[in-house]
Design a protein around this ligand. Sequence first.
Ligand code: ADP
Ligand code: ADP
Length: 225
Amino acid sequence: DPVLALEGVTKTYNKGKPGAVEVLRGVDLHVARGEVVALVAPSGAGKSTLLHIAGLLDTPDTGSVRIGGDEMVGLSDRRRTIVRRNDVGFVYQFHHLLPEFSAVENIVLPQLARGVSRAEAQIRALDLMARVGVAERADHRPAAMSGGEQQRVAFCRALANEPRLLLADEPTGNLDPETSDTVFEALMDLVRSTGLSALIATHNMALAARMDRVLRLDKGVLGAG
Ligand code: ADP
Ligand code: ADP
């Protein structure tokens, strides 16, 4: 089974009302185990909507969303939350780290919420941080770190609970071009070394070209990049 499979996914906001916006018109998308797929789309094309549906933060009007072969459409909110927590890691353009906690605590907390012991969570957090080169920032709060460092910590947090799927929305879009390249490289190394499957939205064609496959979202339909 693919790790992520969307079939015939449609989504219209304000359906049946004057302001209706047809965003997705029948999207089919598969991400295989260990595959890293780039999602390229002009602004407003429905990229965030697609990622939110894939990450179970939103539901399609019609179609199927399977994670690890299991159908997610029709599950209760409670069940969807469990799958989201256990199987999906999110990275956004902005880091969304908790400002009052240190970097390492930001990576430990989601693990504690899952019932991992503090000692184990700490070891895993520091290991992840070392792998993206921010171990020496463990005790710093987000505000005391550079943008690139904050994003690296956000990658570690996304991977803290060993998800099987990573969804990223412009993960380096907030950084200057030079920093963006090295931080993106760190993310790719981390994804490759864990064998994680990923769907990564980016406007940067050079970055997209480094992934296994490029998909283009245009007028609500997906095509090959
Ligand atoms: P992208 O991430 O590609 O910029 P989005 O998925 O955020 O695109 O949005 C696609 C379209 O749907 C845009 O025209 C946007 O204005 C519209 N849209 C997004 N969210 C909503 C919403 N909650 N209600 C109504 N329209 C929305
Ligand atoms: P945008 O693409 O509009 O800039 P962000 O990339 O900053 O938004 O991501 C914030 C989004 O995360 C919100 O749209 C929100 O719906 C979504 N979200 C809601 N709950 C969760 C959650 N539990 N984990 C991750 N993201 C969530």
